[in-house]
Design a protein around this ligand. Sequence first.
Ligand code: ADP
Ligand code: ADP
Ligand code: MG
Length: 673
Amino acid sequence: MFTKILIANRGEIACRVAATARRMGIKTVAVYSEADANAKHVAVCDEAVLIGPAPAKESYLLGDKIIDVALATGAQAIHPGYGFLSENSDFADACAKAGLVFIGPPASAIRAMGSKSAAKTLMEKAKVPLVPGYHGENQDADFLQNEADRIGYPVLLKASAGGGGKGMRVIEHSVDFKAALASCKREAISSFGDDKVLAEKYLQRPRHIEIQVFADSYGDCVYLFERDCSVQRRHQKVLEEAPAPGMPSERRAAMGEAAVAAAKAVGYVGAGTVEFIANQDGSFYFMEMNTRLQVEHPVTEMITGTDLVEWQLRVAAGEKLPLQQSELKIHGHAIEARVYAENPEKGFLPSIGTLRHARTPDAVNFELGGALDPAAFRIDSGVREGDTISPFYDPMIAKMIVWGRDRKEALARMAQALSEYQIVGLSSNIAFLKRLIESQAFSSAELDTGLIERNQAELFPVPLPASLAVVSLATAALLCSERAVVTDGKMDPWQDSQGWRMNSVLQRALQFDEETHTHQVEVSYLPDSWLLQTAAGSVIVHVDAIAHNDIVLKIGGQTVKGTVVRDGEHFHVFSHGVHTDLHYKDALAHAGEAEAETGRLTAPMPGKIVAVMVASGQEVKKGEPLVIMEAMKMEHTIAAPHDGVVDEVLYAVGDQVTEGAPLLAFKQEVKQD
Ligand code: ADP
Ligand code: ADP
Ligand code: MG
C-alpha cells in the first residue's frame, strides 16, 4: 500500500479522500490555489503546497506542476477526485511516465469513454442498449437534420465532449433544428474546445439511473447496484438515492450486468459509473460512463457498507477487489442532498459570500442532547464557518447523506436534518431541498427528470409572513443583546446591575421587515417579561434560557425554541425548521432620516450622552456624527441627516436623556443664489 498520496483537488472531495487515507495510515499532500490558502482541505492534509492563483486553469488544472509537487514531496500516487484532472487521459499518461500511480482507470479507458459518441459506438459493439439516435462522424448540418427527422421529435442534441449538463439542446420541431444545432455547436466549442455533437431521441419523463461499477487489474469487475439521480435542475443532479425506488431485482441484475459489460469493453480498472436513461416502463439505455469517483458515491457506500475510496486505493495499489459480487448486498435506503450556495427562487443562481454562521444538524442535535447515529448520517463538506464560497469554483457547501431502514425513514431523517441545518451569510437551497423531500411527488417516488419543473407551485410557494413566535424570538434576541453581560462565556442578560429602566412601564416600537411583509412590534417592559403587541396579536414573552445564539422563550404558556443569528441589521431566526430573515429597522440608526424635516434630532429611547462631536453654529456634512448616546448597553451614533448647520446642542456628556428628548436643533443649509 502507498505511504503517501497527493490529492489533486479541493473542497469536499479532497477532504473525503484525505479522511480515508488518514484512517488507512496513508500520509496526504494537498495542493491549493491562492484563493484556498485557508481552506479546509489544506488543513486536513499532512502537507500542502501552493500551486498557483485562484483560476483553476492556473492552479488545479496544471497537471505538470502537480506531478512535480508529487515527486518533490515523495508521494507515490495521485488521487484526482472528480472534476478538474480526473477525466484527463493525458494527465493519467503523464503520471505513469513520471512513475506515479494515477488513482483511476487506465488512460485508454478514459479516452474511450471521453467522447459520448465514440463511447456509444463501443457500447453498441458490447451489446449495451443505446437511445435511438445518431452518434457518427458526419457533422454536416443537412445530414444531421435528416437524422433528427428520422429519429423523430423531440430530439436532444449533445456535445460529444460535454459534461455537467452543458452543451445540450432539446428540439421540439424540425424547423427549429438548424438554429439549435448552431447554438449547441457554439456552446460546445467554447466549453469543451470540440464542436462535435450527437443526436438522440429525447425521452419523455425518463429516470436517470446509474450503476456503480468497480474493477481490479485482475479482470474482475462487480457492480455495487444503482443510484437514482432523476431529481435534477438544468440537467444537474439535486437529490440522489440508492436503491432506485421500485427497481425489480431482475432489472437490477440486468442493468448491473450491462454496466459491467460496458466497463469490461474498455478494459476498465477502478471506480466508474455507467449512466443510463430509463423509461417509466423500465427499459433503459446507455447514456455515458463517468470514469472516476462520482459526487453521489456516498449513498452507495451507505447501502453496501463499503468505503469506495479505500477500494480505489487498494485497487490502485494492485490489490484484488475487496468483495465479490455474491458478497455485495443492499442494506436499507440512503439519500443525498446537495447543499448549494445558490438561490432557487432566482433560477438557482449561484450565491457567493462568507459563511458567517454554519451549523450542521449533528451539532444542533448534540446540543439538544439527542445523538444522531453516525452510521445513518454523514456530511461531506469542504467549508467551515467563516469560510468563503468564491466565484472560482463549484458553489457546493456540503453533501448531506442519511440512511434509513427504508425509503420512508431515510426521507423523514433527511427532512429533519435539513430543518436543523443553519446557514447565514449567503443564499442556500436548504429550504428548497426540504420542500422537495417533503413534496407529494418525491415522497411518493413519482420520479423523473422533470419533477422540479412540473411541481413549481408546490416547490416555490408564496412566502407567508413570519409567525408571532418567530418575531418574538428576534425581538427577544435584540432586547437581550442590548442588556447582555457576558459571564463565563455565557450571555446572561439578567445580571445587569445598572439598568437604565425607570420604575415605570416603558414602551418602545420596533420594526422587522421581510421581503414581502412588515412587522411592527410595540414592546412594553414588564417586571420579568415583555408584552409584545403586533398586528397578528399580543403575547407575553419570557426568556427561559439563552446561550450563544440559542433562545428558549415562554410565550403565553408555550415553550418556543430557536436560534437567532444577527448579521448586521438582519436577524436570522431558525425555529421549527424554518429560516426567516428579519431586517431590523434600528430606530436610532435611522433617527436622523426620520427627523430630517423637523430640524430636530430626538432620543428615540432613554439613555446617556457619551459624546458630543459638534458645537453650536458648526457646519456639518450629511452623515457626519453629531452626538453619541448609550442606550440599552449599545452605543448609537446620531448623524446629520443632511448638510447643514447645528443651531444648538441641548445636552452635555454624561447627561441622562429621556425618550423623545430633543438632542440638538439643526438647520438645513439654505442654498443662496
Ligand atoms: P452530462 O455529461 O452533462 O452528465 P448526460 O448525457 O449524462 O450529460 O445527460 C445529463 C442529463 O440529461 C441526464 O441525467 C438526463 O436528465 C438528461 N438526458 C440525457 N439524455 C437524455 C435523453 N436521451 N432523453 C431525455 N433526457 C436526457
Ligand atoms: P432592571 O433592569 O431593573 O435591573 P431586570 O434586570 O430584572 O431589571 O429586568 C429588566 C427588564 O428585562 C425587565 O423589565 C423585563 O422587561 C426584562 N426581563 C427580565 N427578565 C426577563 C425574562 N426572563 N424574560 C423576558 N424579559 C425579561
Ligand atoms: Mg452524465
